[in-house]
Ligand binder design. Sequence first.
Ligand SMILES: [Zn+2]
Length: 121
Amino acid sequence: MAESGFLQLCSDRRFHRAVMAAFEQETGLRPQDYYIEARPGGAPIFADKTKAARLAYGDGATHMGWMAHGDVCRGFQGESDAELRRRLARTVEKRARDFPDATHYGIFALDGQIEIQRYHG
Ligand SMILES: [Zn+2]
């Protein structure tokens, strides 16, 4: 069966397109191979695993990306880049436990730069 995935990201217009492209490059997934879910704040804004994530995982998602960014996120007004990075790291740990059969990626974006780290639990 083809690989599939899920990507949860911030809605911010500065980042969404570039983050999707970077996720595709890292995983080898095509746009039609993965679900997305976006809200201001990105992955750390969701307190629990979402319906979209559960559906994707139920469909066999093998790559799951969790994104946040610095340079001011309107989902987390007033927080520093370091605080946002810590939120993302905690989120990736939680979701890796929620969805143990997938490979997980923490994706942190800054203006002009996207870092992807494969999670090793
Ligand atoms: Zn944001």
